[in-house]
Design a protein around this ligand. Structure first.
Ligand code: GTB
Length: 221
């Protein structure tokens, strides 16, 4: 009898957000929870992450990584795609619907996430620069352009294209990074969309598991 392979992911031993769902292992945890795949987590310190063993797994020496037997993956989007491809529940069976869901995965990571990351970098690294106050609204307005377009497309639908998919999982994960900025509140349907994502039991289990790393309390899942 072949024993089922339990994948192992890597996550921060200490994350700047204290495990509140912003580090990118969260989206991988969420995908694994959605499909009901148990997993193990190897926590890494910043020093361990930069050591050669981890560099072999991840060419850019970051988290998350994903190991399953002799398969090793990096890039959260690729990992979520792999999980969605190998398990039912995150991609539709219909070929065209599946292609559209995958398109939303790319849209989340390639179109929505870059300006949102720019805002994080501006706040974290450029706050002391003399031009910061002038640049900030420019960066925020670039995000507003994309949020406005996404808001129109979503309209009053629950999810981006039919049933919840890996495209929604990544889109919600990306939009969550705006939580502290207040910008998302300007788009009530997107705020409600993110709230729907966060209300999913699989999200809650993933969140609790990530938070438990920092609180030391066992997660309920
Ligand atoms: N494109 C890669 C992916 O999607 O997997 C990016 C991976 C990445 O940026 N990983 C970060 C990392 O390892 C952690 S998630 N950084 C260390 C390094 O590059 O040296 C980014 C992150 C971490 C913590 C917060 N936070 O606390 O708010 C937010 C985002």
């Amino acid at each position: 009898m072949t024993l089922p392979m339990i994948p192992t992911i890597t996550a921060f031993e200490r994350s700047p957000d204290g495990g509140k769902g912003l580090a990118r292992d969260m989206r991988v945890r969420w995908a694994l929870e959605e499909v009901g795949q148990p997993y193990e987590v190897r926590l890494v310190s910043f020093t361990e992450m930069k050591a050669s063993a981890h560099r072999t797994l991840h060419p850019f020496v970051q988290i998350p990584t994903y190991e399953e037997g002799d398969l090793a993956l990096f890039e959260s989007g690729a990992i979520v795609f792999h999980i969605a491809e190998r398990n039912a529940g995150l991609l539709p069976d219909d070929a065209n619907a599946r292609a559209r869901a995958i398109t939303w995965m790319f849209a989340a990571l390639n179109t929505m996430e870059p300006p949102i990351i720019d805002l994080g970098i501006a706040r974290l690294m450029e706050g002391d620069k003399p031009w910061f106050e002038q640049r900030l609204p420019v960066v925020e307005d670039r995000i507003r352009i994309r949020l406005g377009e996404l808001s129109v497309r979503l309209g009053d639908a629950d999810w981006l294209d039919g049933a919840f998919s890996a495209g929604d999982l990544l889109m919600v994960s990306v939009l969550l990074r705006l939580s502290r900025s207040g910008i998302l509140d300007e788009y009530p349907n997107l705020s409600a969309y993110v709230a729907r994502g966060k209300a999913r039991p699989a999200y809650q289990r993933a969140f609790d598991a990530q938070l438990a790393v920092f609180t030391g309390k066992p997660s309920s899942g």
